[in-house]
Design a protein around this ligand. Sequence first.
Ligand SMILES: *[C@@H]1O[C@H](CO)[C@@H](O)[C@H](O)[C@H]1NC(C)=O
Ligand SMILES: *[C@@H]1O[C@H](CO)[C@@H](O)[C@H](O)[C@H]1NC(C)=O
Ligand SMILES: *[C@@H]1O[C@H](CO)[C@@H](O)[C@H](O)[C@H]1NC(C)=O
Ligand SMILES: *[C@@H]1O[C@H](CO)[C@@H](O)[C@H](O)[C@H]1NC(C)=O
Ligand SMILES: *[C@@H]1O[C@H](CO)[C@@H](O)[C@H](O)[C@H]1NC(C)=O
Ligand SMILES: *[C@@H]1O[C@H](CO)[C@@H](O)[C@H](O)[C@H]1NC(C)=O
Length: 445
Amino acid sequence: MEVCRLLLFLAVCGVGWSEGRYEPNWESLDSRPLPPWYDEAKVGIFLHWGVFSVPSFGSEWFWEHWQGSKSQKYVDFMKKNYPPNFSYQDFGPQFTAEFYDPKEWAELFNASGARYIVLTTKHHEGFTLWPSRHSWGWNSLDVGPKRDLLGELVYAIRSTTPHIHCGKTLPELYELVNNYQPDVIWSDGDWEAFDKYWNATHFLAWLFNDSPVNETVVVNDRWGRGIPCHHGSFYTCADNYNPGILQPHKWENCLPVDRYSWGFRREAKLADLHTIHELLTQLAMTISCGGNILINVGPTRDGRIAPIMEERLRQMGSWLAINGEAIYGSRPWSHQNDTLTPGVWFTSKDDIVFAIVLSWPKENVLALGSVKDTPQTNISLLGYTATPYTLHVGFHPTSQGIKVMFPSMADVKGQWAWVLAMKNVLPGPNAPVPQTTMTTPIASP
Ligand SMILES: *[C@@H]1O[C@H](CO)[C@@H](O)[C@H](O)[C@H]1NC(C)=O
Ligand SMILES: *[C@@H]1O[C@H](CO)[C@@H](O)[C@H](O)[C@H]1NC(C)=O
Ligand SMILES: *[C@@H]1O[C@H](CO)[C@@H](O)[C@H](O)[C@H]1NC(C)=O
Ligand SMILES: *[C@@H]1O[C@H](CO)[C@@H](O)[C@H](O)[C@H]1NC(C)=O
Ligand SMILES: *[C@@H]1O[C@H](CO)[C@@H](O)[C@H](O)[C@H]1NC(C)=O
Ligand SMILES: *[C@@H]1O[C@H](CO)[C@@H](O)[C@H](O)[C@H]1NC(C)=O
């Protein structure tokens, strides 16, 4: 089925497609339709784990900051806490992962509501989380845990929560794809070289034509200088990319729970971490504007996901368990955020328009300027039920749109943000003009 639809679409379009194969150039590669699972999944988890999780200080760029740019903070940290001549490689054996239980992780990721997992299989320090033939003596089977950390996670996810897709980051890509069959390839480090140097287009042509994941795989956009925000199945543009307006191409907002580091950082303060309300705000904005969200946590050197990170993930999952209808498989609507009340973001599915309301309205009345009712309109609030019935909430038209009467908060399940499901409504006036080019990312600090 999938194959037929794909082939038909391509045959009709015929752009850059020769004898049924993608060619190693961006025009041809960009003509491949996005495998539908990715847009439907909406929510993923990003994991930064590696030898940098041993010092777990500063950021996952520890090595570079310490011995590359010789940043004072890192030099002092080493002087104070480690013997002289201690090398970065000496951290390797301390990456022990003795509490690593991939089944437990799979259960947590499932409970978070995420539909795909991207694990950094090799960060810039070069250490691989699987026994790579290209990284002799500097991988998780030879040094540290003495385990195939990646393989065990892939196995745990595929055997207990098979609806979750697995993804990987960067090199030794052919080996990774053949051994672990990821559905996401998340490349990074593009600022170091042009795509010609990486031979990215040849790899991608193989990936899309002949690899074992040719039908399902999606790739990001960090394949060389000038490529991000221009080529790839989905665009990441910049870390924490969240333009706040509808984008013309599928994109992804990747953001760490710890706003200062992707890797685990022992010195992080509670205030450094995003609250669940901040994460749900990012989620609502991102999905409304056509993106996916990839939320990052950094596991510890001994293989745990810190309880505070676990709590954030489980909170997100408890919210999605009630409100997921507005997220998974949804499409952007004609309006993204409300013109009258700030903090209201829309998505849609078939004849339903969802409004994600980020704070409970004053006196239980929400004024919407972007929505007009019709004689057939009815509105319900997800989590407001008299089991097994969904209860409807009252509303009335106003000169500017509609007013929706929320019930008493005590009668509604869930917290942090609420979702209205509105049937048979129309967009209010002043629908925004669709974007035709990607919004320029703001340079991240
Ligand atoms: C540490 O390194 C210095 C300079 O490279 C060397 O002279 C010294 O012998 C080393 N000390 C030890 C204990 O290896
Ligand atoms: C995965 O999550 C769903 C929804 O929360 C739940 O029903 C299911 O039991 C979970 N499965 C596992 C294996 O944890
Ligand atoms: C790129 O990959 C293709 C196919 O594997 C190969 O023929 C070509 O020589 C490679 N180019 C470079 C510069 O490595
Ligand atoms: C994917 O690979 C399979 C098996 O090699 C092939 O039959 C199919 O046509 C390929 N699909 C695409 C879209 O290239
Ligand atoms: C939301 O919509 C209003 C227009 O009604 C706009 O001014 C505002 O910048 C939008 N974006 C955000 C992030 O609130
Ligand atoms: C929605 O409203 C219409 C018109 O008022 C009504 O016919 C229909 O039964 C309502 N649907 C539900 C599920 O209550």
